[in-house]
Design a protein around this ligand. Structure first.
Ligand code: DC
Length: 226
């Protein structure tokens, strides 16, 4: 009997505002696969910490918030305790707190199985920092998406403005550098390409060109018998 293989996963890791989320969604739409925005889980934990007034430095308490997250992903909506917070969790203060609490192993462990549960046929596109290194180490295609920091700050600035948040580009650039630095240098699941990841630099690429590169890489894998 043929051994059944787990559903395929394409992982897309990279620094903040490298376009991971946009690319992951478009690739998933094209393939008609599920999508996991793992950063949203860290952001939801940060929101939960702020709302419950738990001390963000109390690792066990933060891990408990992460473990007990009451969240439902429904299309573009993210229902947290029944309230759609898809837009609220994009705020920069939430992203920064998410990065701080994500450095702690118990918090990461509390979210691990929840992330793996997104894997189902016909496949999953997962974006984050450690999708290819820790969460889905057996993924058949791993992308590490980079872009220079100025290009990323411009993109994030535009994104936030479109959502109605007022932000200063210089502050954004500073925050982004600090966040990347923390995500890269932490001890637990630092941001880094998996040994078998393919790096794509999207600084000079359009969204469609980047999506096409990922889809072409996937087609190659499939034709090689993945
Ligand atoms: O991708 P994002 O900007 O929404 O993620 C917010 C923070 O969450 C990010 O700065 C670090 C953390 N994170 C992580 O540690 N591991 C992931 N797989 C995804 C996000």
């Amino acid at each position: 009997m043929k051994e059944s293989r787990p559903a395929p996963v394409i992982t897309i890791d990279g620094p903040t505002a490298s376009g991971k989320g946009t690319i992951a969604n478009k690739v998933a739409d094209y393939l008609e696969w599920a999508v996991l925005d793992s950063g949203a889980l860290y952001r939801l934990t940060a929101l939960g910490v702020l709302r419950s007034a738990c001390n963000a430095d109390d690792v066990a308490a933060v891990a408990k918030v992460a473990r007990e997250l009451d969240v439902v992903f429904r299309g573009a909506s993210i229902l947290f305790e029944g309230e759609d917070v898809a837009s609220a969790i994009r705020e920069e203060n939430i992203g920064n707190l998410a990065s701080r609490i994500a450095a702690h192993l118990p918090v990461r462990e509390a979210l691990l199985q929840r992330q793996r549960d997104f894997r189902r046929p016909p496949g999953l596109v997962a974006d984050g920092r450690d999708m290819g290194t820790v969460v889905f180490p057996d993924a058949p295609l791993k992308i590490f998406l980079v872009a220079d920091v100025a290009a990323r700050a411009e993109r994030r600035h535009k994104q936030l403005k479109e959502k109605g948040f007022s932000v200063n580009l210089t502050d954004l650039l500073e925050d982004m550098r600090a966040r990347d630095e923390r995500d890269r240098n932490r001890e637990n699941a630092p941001l880094k390409p998996a040994a078998d990841a393919i790096t794509i630099d999207s600084s000079a690429l359009s969204i469609d060109q980047t999506v096409k590169q990922v889809l072409d890489l996937w087609s190659n894998k499939v034709s090689q018998g993945e």
